[in-house]
Design a protein around this ligand. Sequence first.
Ligand code: SF4
Ligand code: FES
Length: 249
Amino acid sequence: MDLTLKVWRQKNRNEKGKMETYQVNDISTDSSFLEMLDILNNDLLEEGQEPIAFDHDCREGICGMCSLYINGKAHGPDSRITTCQLHMRKFKDGETIYVEPWRAKAFPIIKDLVVDRSAFDRIQQAGGYISVNTSGNTQDANLTPIPKDDADKSFDAATCIGCAACVATCKNSSAMLFVSAKVSQLSLLPQGRVEAKERVLNMVKQMDKEGFGNCSNTGACEVECPKGISLENIAILNREFLKGSITNN
Ligand code: SF4
Ligand code: FES
C-alpha cells in the first residue's frame, strides 16, 4: 500500500514544531505501524535527511513506550492495543495518516514524536511501592489469605503499563486513571495497607505538582487504555484519598 504521512517534527522542546508530509510506498499490510515508520526512516537516511524520532522498546505491548497519536486517537484506530501492536491492515491504500506526539503540558516534547514522561516516574517514586523485609525472612505468600475478588482487582490494576494514553486522550490531561491503577493495585492487598494513607496522599500531591488536570468524568481514558484499566479504580483512589485526608489531619 502507498500512504501519505503527516508527521509532527520538532527539533527540541524549545523550538516550534510543524507537520511535515512524507510519502511511503509498497508497505505490506502485514507490517506493524512502527515497522512502517522504520521504513520511512531508512528512506530519510538514504536521502541524507534526519530520521523521525519516536519512542519504542519492547514492541509487544509491555513497556508502554510507543506513545503516538494516530489520526487523532491515542495508539491509533484499533482498541485495547498499543501502537507497536497496530498493523497497517487497519489503514486503506492511498490514505493520509496524521502522526503526532502525546499532547499534555506535563509531557513536554523532547524531539519530534518523543515526549518526556518522567512525571509518571516521579509519581511512582512518591508512593507506588511497598516496604517489605527481604533479608532472608520473607514469608510464604500463601500465609496471608487474600479474597479472590480483591486479588483479581489488584492484578487487573497492575496490568497498567504506564503508557500515558489516558493522559493524552483526556481533555484535561488528567493522570487519574494511571494514578488510580497504581494506588489500587497496592491498597487492595494487605501488604499494601501498611503505607496506604501516605501513599495516596503523596502520589496525588505529586500528580498535582506535575501539572496534570482534574478528572473530566468523561471516561475517555478507560476507552483508550490499551489494558482496559477500569474507571472503578478512580472510585477506589477517591475513597483512599478521602480516608487518608481525614485520618491524617
Ligand atoms: S491506565 Fe491505561 S492508558 Fe493509562 S498509563 Fe495505564 S495502561 Fe496506559
Ligand atoms: S514498544 Fe513497548 S508497548 Fe509498544
